[in-house]
Ligand binder design. Structure first.
Ligand code: NAP
Ligand code: ZN
Ligand code: ZN
Length: 346
């Protein structure tokens, strides 16, 4: 076992504090990673605060991890010491079901092993990236391409893939109109990626206060959803709407912005159950759907795409002692546009 420093919530809803955790001994197909940076995803906050249900405590959140390989097990073939790598939301899956075989490990029929707040195959709780080191099977480790620095690459491991995967699946590209609802961690990456894919991109934010940034990062248009006129002006406009908002919205209003056969893809995961009238979809064969991160192969494809297009995240680099303050700011939509922890400060 290796003892490492980490930041953990000792119990549900509690502030995070410095502690130590044990990492498992290196298995033959494992790599040991020295973590350099870890992004703060809104999902970390939902889970620490038990908004999605009971959590496993102490909880060390963090699934936007970048760092460097420091040890490789005897059967590791894909990585060597010194490689720049990333770990996202999952660290294992069954590897046998039809979804795992198809590269859709995030939809493993036996449930993927999430990077934290889960029980690993060794029967022990998993702990995430707000820590100095992590041991991960090489098949669930990504390569960070040269040309992407590790700090701005970290948020790609969740915010990047969560927006890239549905944009690709629903064919965002030239001639397609894409709207991104919510301009936060996921939203700003959605705008950058949709723009790089060649789509016409519109941001639908609560207000216009981040409009300049939105246009600078790749949006063609930027509207405030607090203004009722937005919904009349844009009725029937979009092929794809990616909704990144972490609380329930008036889904009927957003569905009315879709063209015939368009799709509203919910990637935000509100804590409350939501209600939608089917009347808002059948009239124009609209789809109300969702998407969960992306598979390992697609995550590597996304990282390579982001490196080719120079798409890092816009980050606020923080010290470990600022994590609780950062949580408050994310909860208040006051983030530009992803907090990333410098793990040297743990
Ligand atoms: P975030 O940085 O907090 O961004 C969410 C954005 O939603 C905010 O910046 C804000 O944008 C908007 N928003 C917040 N409160 C709102 C309200 N009351 N009404 C309207 N808009 C509001 O969070 P994130 O890290 O991007 O995560 C967003 C959601 O996605 C979370 O629920 C998270 O758990 C989920 N998630 C899902 C996946 C997946 O695989 N499906 C992966 C990662 C995260 P504006 O200020 O521009 O309005
Ligand atoms: Zn996340
Ligand atoms: Zn599986």
């Amino acid at each position: 076992m290796t003892t490492v420093t980490a930041y953990a919530a000792p119990v549900g809803k509690a502030p995070l504090e410095r502690t130590t955790i044990e990492r498992r001994p290196l298995g033959e197909s494992d790599v040991m990673i020295d973590i350099e940076f870890c992004g703060i995803c809104h999902s970390d906050i939902h889970q620490v605060r038990e908004g999605w249900g009971d959590g496993i405590f102490p909880m060390v959140p963090g699934h936007e991890i970048t760092g460097v390989v420091t040890e490789a097990g005897s059967k590791v073939t894909r990585f060597t010491v010194g490689d720049r790598v990333g770990v996202g939301c999952m660290v294992d899956s069954c590897r046998r079901c039809e979804n795992c075989k198809a590269g859709l490990e995030q939809y493993c029929l036996d449930q993927p092993t999430w990077t934290y707040n889960a029980i690993g195959k060794d029967g022990q709780p998993t702990y995430g990236g707000y820590s100095q080191k992590i041991v991960v099977d090489e098949n669930y480790v990504l390569r960070i391409p040269e040309g992407l620095s590790l700090d701005v690459a970290a948020p790609l491991l969740c915010a990047g893939i969560t927006t890239y995967s549905p944009l690709k699946f629903w064919n965002a590209g030239p001639g397609k109109r894409v709207a991104v609802v919510g301009f936060g961690g996921l939203g700003h990456m959605g705008v950058k990626i949709a723009h790089a894919l060649g789509a016409e991109v519109t941001v639908l934010s609560q207000s216009l206060r981040k409009k300049d940034d939105g246009l600078r990062l790749g949006a063609d248009h930027y509207y405030a959803t607090a203004d009722a006129k937005t919904f009349t002006d844009l009725a029937g406009s979009f092929d794809i709407i990616i909704n990144t908002v972490s609380v329930p919205l008036d889904y009927a209003a957003f569905l009315s912005l879709l063209r015939t056969s368009g799709a509203l893809v919910n990637v935000g995961i509100p804590e409350e159950e939501v209600q939608v009238s089917l009347a808002s979809i059948f009239g124009n064969r609209r789809s109300l759907t969702s998407s969960n991160i992306g598979g390992i192969r697609e995550t590597q494809e996304m990282l390579d795409f982001c490196a080719d297009h120079q798409l890092g995240a816009e980050i606020e680099l923080i010290e470990a002692g600022q994590i609780n303050e950062a949580y408050e700011r994310v909860a208040n939509s006051d983030v530009r546009y992803r907090f990333v922890i410098d793990t040297a400060t743990l």
